[in-house]
Design a protein around this ligand. Structure first.
Ligand code: ADE
Ligand code: ZN
Length: 346
């Protein structure tokens, strides 16, 4: 079966996406529109050019640059409505959306007002058949105090759909131990824990995210491919890796982890993780910046060697790893299985 056959099948499945940054989903046209709203003239082509960064620091710069055009609740409402429309059009029925909450705080924005606009957008998306929950992310390079402040906000907004606290940004900027108090605060407030780790950092960063921060899901974690004992442990402990192949190529993470000659998607460890029984949740990370979408990532998984039933199992894993109450999780799984059996996939 070709990758495009797989894409056609995956398009017909109800899907979940778990690792998706709101601010990385701003289409070039929308970024240009937001820039104009705030007095800057930039063409969509210029935005697309900025999005094509040569390496990881370049990617973080581009991310910081595009978020500079998000200044008020209407800006957030616009990008959320657009993202949710695109997700619904792909039959994504459940999404956990990461918000760079620490960026809002660092820019002295009214986080409560921004989040209210986002929560309203999530409410509107229900009519399209999409359920959204939120993850508040702190940028590692902003330090432990900002992490605490972000965790406090996440706890405060838990009643409105924030389900987890996480860390992203420059993975090498701060040791995990410095983030521990923020994760403890979040956990005591009933939030779940996720963390970017082993994206550009070493396998040890994944161990620390689990042992020190209590992360139940790891953003990327591709460094695990360098450490067979760690892969075994991830498989036996049932830790999910949120795998975003195009992101790893475009940020330079693949080349950084596995050598410059690995700067090709064909070297991505997704299939190796899958074959070893690791839990994997396929995602896009920053779809507009990387010019991808969830269906395209499944087509890539097929290119990496997963056959149609394996692709279906992969898609099912995202529902298993969702931060949902058990009955809700089961009801999505039942719906998913019904569709896969109608399509003759499982
Ligand atoms: N923020 C948005 N995307 C990210 C990534 N891939 N790694 C770290 N922080 C991020
Ligand atoms: Zn990410």
């Amino acid at each position: 079966m070709t990758a495009s056959d797989i894409a056609a099948i995956v398009a017909q499945l109800p899907k979940a996406e778990l690792h998706l940054h709101l601010e990385g989903s701003i289409a070039p046209e929308t970024a240009a529109q937001l820039a104009r709203r705030h007095g800057a003239e930039i063409t969509p082509a210029e935005v697309a050019h900025r999005y094509r960064s040569p390496d990881f620091p370049g990617f973080l710069d581009a991310y910081k640059w595009v978020t500079s055009f998000l200044r008020q609740p209407q800006d957030y409402a616009l990008i959320a409505d657009e993202l949710f429309a695109r997700l619904a059009a792909q039959d994504v029925v459940y999404a956990e959306i990461t918000i760079s909450a620490s960026v809002m705080l660092r820019r002295n924005q009214d986080l409560a007002a921004n989040f209210a606009a986002l929560a309203e957008a999530a409410e509107r998306s229900k009519s399209r058949g999409l359920r959204v929950q939120w993850i508040f992310d702190t940028a590692r390079q902003f330090g432990p105090e900002m992490a605490m402040e972000t965790a406090r906000w996440a706890a405060r907004l838990a009643p409105r759909g924030v389900v987890a606290f996480g860390v992203g940004g420059d993975e090498l900027a701060l040791p995990a131990a410095e983030l521990r108090p923020a994760y403890d605060l979040a956990r005591e407030a009933g939030l779940r824990a996720v963390a970017h780790a082993g994206e550009i950092g070493p396998p040890q960063a994944i161990r620390e995210a689990i042992e020190i921060l209590g992360a139940e899901r790891i953003g990327h974690g591709i460094a695990a491919a360098l450490d067979p004992a760690l892969m075994e442990r991830l498989a036996s402990d049932g830790v999910t890796l949120e795998i975003c192949p195009t992101s790893n190529l475009r940020t330079g993470a693949l080349a950084r982890q596995f050598g410059a000659e690995s700067a090709s998607l064909d070297r991505h460890p997704l299939k190796s993780f899958f074959d070893r029984g690791l839990r994997v949740a396929l995602s896009t990370d920053d779809p507009a910046m990387f010019e991808t979408d969830l269906i395209a990532e499944y087509a890539l998984a097929a290119r990496l060697g997963l056959d149609a039933p394996e692709i279906a199992r992969l898609a099912e894993m995202s529902f298993h790893a969702a931060l949902l109450p058990e009955p809700d999780c089961q009801s999505y799984l039942a719906r998913f299985r019904k569709r896969t059996s109608e399509l003759g996939l499982l």
